[in-house]
Design a protein. Structure first.
Length: 304
């Protein structure tokens, strides 16, 4: 499957091994903030949200998740996840080619092949109200068990067989309930255009970024580009750049001991006053107060 998405946003982490492209991940239960930045990958992802309040963005569409559900991210879809509190979340990421067979039976030609070509898609979300939800959740839990059963006596080939069987069962339940979606167009041009712009911002956020530079990426005039960007993202290009810079600053405040002035420069703000005003506008506090609050909260959690 050849991709034309911006490489800067492509996830560099390899899922599974070279011979078995499938991995399992769980949110750290002790963390008071869960954030997966904007990215895409060629694998399909199944996410299980059990507890927490999440903001999920997929191809510029926003979803608020406040209750248990299964979410599906198809190959090449741009997505990010944020939760500002403790949460229970896990995900299985796998290559659609993992499900392929040598035999060209109806399953291979009508389900597996279209899935690898991007003309057949998983549904976006399933909730406990959906008819096959608990059947699929049962298979998903079997996947988690196989990935975490390190004490099992079976060899890797047997573990992989069970994992592949559960993935195929999930596909079967979705097909049986007519939940798989077909698309005649593999990629939307507007989504691809906005990916190009966001990729540039995420790569060059520490530098000066002008609207004219962003508009030039799409060969558009500034006025039309700003209208297009706001329609796709819901905010102006400059507002998005500043929000992304503050998000990077929050990460540095939380995870490092860098000085505020250094963080200011590291995140693309050439003026400390502008940085402080923007930080307060977005968070309601100052960088030092934010760092102190997070440190105090972590110390409280460790003492209890």
């Amino acid at each position: 499957m050849h991709s034309i998405h911006p490489p800067a946003l492509k996830e560099k982490h390899a899922h599974g091994s070279e011979t078995f492209r499938c991995g399992c991940y769980e949110a750290a239960p002790a963390s008071d903030r869960f954030f997966v930045p904007l990215h895409w990958h060629e694998e399909i992802e199944i996410i299980y949200f059990l507890e927490g309040h999440y903001t999920l963005e997929v191809n510029m569409e926003h979803y608020q998740i406040d209750s248990e559900c299964l979410f599906f991210i198809n190959s090449g879809e741009l997505h990010q996840i944020c939760c500002e509190e403790k949460c229970t979340e896990s995900a299985v990421v796998f290559s659609p080619y993992l499900l392929s067979f040598v035999s060209n039976d109806d399953m291979q030609s009508r389900l597996i092949l279209p899935l690898t070509q991007g003309s057949l898609l998983f549904p976006r979300r399933l909730t406990p109200d959906d008819h096959c939800y608990y059947d699929i959740l049962s298979e998903y839990r079997k996947l988690l068990f196989r990935f975490t059963d390190t004490a099992g006596i079976s060899g890797p080939e047997t573990q992989q067989l069970f994992i592949k069987a559960s993935l195929l069962n999930i596909l079967g339940y979705l097909s049986e309930n007519q939940l798989l979606q077909t698309t005649g167009k593999l990629r939307n041009e507007s989504i691809e255009s906005i990916k190009t712009v966001l990729s540039y911002i995420h790569t060059h956020y520490a530098e000066k970024i002008f609207v004219s530079d962003l508009a030039g990426l799409l060969n558009l005039n500034e006025q039309y580009f700003c209208r297009f960007f706001k329609k796709m993202i819901g905010k102006s290009p400059i507002a998005y750049v500043n929000e992304y810079r503050i998000r990077r600053a929050i990460g540095l405040l939380t995870d490092t001991s860098m000085q505020v002035t250094d963080i200011c420069l590291e995140c693309g703000f050439g003026n400390l006053g502008n940085f402080l005003r923007e930080f307060r506008r977005q968070t309601g506090t100052t960088p030092l107060q934010y760092r102190h609050q997070k440190s105090k909260y972590r110390n409280f959690e460790s003492d209890n």
